[in-house]
Design a protein around this ligand. Sequence first.
Ligand code: M6R
Length: 596
Amino acid sequence: MVPILLEGLKRLEYRGYDSAGVAILNGTLQRVRSTGRVAELERLVQQQALSGAIGIAHTRWATHGVPSEANAHPHVSGGVSVVHNGIIENHEAMRRKLRKQGYEFVSDTDTEVIAHLVHANLASCGNLFEAVRRAMGELVGAYAIAVVCEGDHSRLVIARHGAPLLIGLGDGENFIASDASALVQVTQKMVYLEDGDCADITLERVRVVDAKGGMVERPVQVSQLSAAAVELGQYRHYMQKEIFEQPMAVANTLELVTGAGTVLPQLFGTDAEGVLHGASSVLVLACGTSYHAGMVARYWMEGIAGIPCNVEIASEYRYRISVPDPKALVIAISQSGETADTLAALEHAKKLGHEHCLAICNVPESALVRATDLRFLTRAGPEIGVASTKAFTTQLAALALLTTVMAKLRGRLTPEREAALLQALRHLPSALSTVLHLEPQIRMWAEKFAQCQHALFLGRGIHWPIAMEGALKLKEISYIHAEAYASGELKHGPLALVDRQMPVVAIAPNDVLLEKLKSNLQEVRARGGELHVLADQDTKIIHGEGMHVIRMPDHAGMLSPILHTIPLQLLAYHAALERGNDVDKPRNLAKSVTVE
Ligand code: M6R
């Protein structure tokens, strides 16, 4: 069991990597924890020759309490041991209550509360499953938990509320994980738990009880995920792999339309035609990179489909008093489909009366996909690098399709224009491959950027969100402070920052705003700023003193933002490498943000 647990941790390490730990039942409860990476845990586990048939393991992304061995999971109370994803919101009240009962806390985590609570319940009811069920009644917040107990070597009890959890079915053995990618090494048969479910798992059987306490059968799904899809292969880093997979990822995402002469609304769900036709406006909810995809979509939706579109940061929207338009189509965008803020924002929108919701998501079994009536699954394949790359460009491909459908339904697309858009989408994978060939030139920029403390990214119109995405990528993995501005804003403040020490990246497509952008670039040059320009052919932006130009292909029209994203991803990747950073696991971050 121990090698399976460690392999599972390695496969999920990108989701949190502050510390790691494992607890095994082998006569007694044996626990090993370490700060840092799973490789270190593995060394300790081998040193201590840990073995046994039942166990739990965890990699942590710190929320309550610093990354330390004491705060690493599993947490224990007597013979009870717990791993937990999520946040227990009432942990302070629970701590006070449990302290009064004589429990002592040795960590700063909210999770330790669960261990003591289950232990206290077990003392009164004598049954681990019942003890966990009772704990669920008292815990407020989001959790996916797995519990083992020294006195019962036959079972593992798990519970889910607001954080993903699934069971992998084996032959005479069963497994649990927060993500299928940890389990494809041992089984393809998965059972996804619903919120409120609690399951009793032994080697031979699985028993699931729902929030109301009734026995339920959750469907068995055969995962399409191959073990190879989550392996590094010929690449040095997952981010590198995922950047170079983009032509294929976009081709897969667009596969359903590549042979078609028209784009059908049913791509988004069987009822999509009526829903999309009836939408009075669009409200996009998302976080981080997915939010930037929404920002690009706003230009498309309003400019091409002629439908009003608002884009909101999910964590803001969920707490903002807004004026809802129930006929607005809510589009939730998320690579993982498990981002707590996006899920909560979607629920908030539903409570405000929004009638229809569409998920654009990369993970078929995710909570987001299950929470919406319409959906489009991007087919990027698993994205492991914390910095989102292929998820973003496939989201944009999906949103371009949606825009085309909306424009058609609203009578704003002639058959000729539709044919031209489809042709451009078909050509997109090969255009992406061409842009990837710019890597050697980008690497030269990156060598210089790696020496800097700050960088400014400029774009206008639909390329402003691409500038934002470029800045996010750079700061996320290279730790260089980067800001993005709509370049017309430069003179309203940020121009004061410009000097020789601050490189400025400008996105210069050959579109209607080109001349305006050129004026903004002159403003930078006049102040001694070093410009790094991604310029389409025929923009007449010439390489020279303080003006470094990388020539992009011909202007790609509507799809230009997708192509201009690639050099910015490569810039961040190479700058981070130059600085010696862990590109796939940048400090302080985690891949899937399942906590608020
Ligand atoms: O899984 P999601 O798309 O919902 O994730 C949203 C953000 O957390 C994510 O895009 C984040 O900003 C990336 N690490 C950026 O590269």
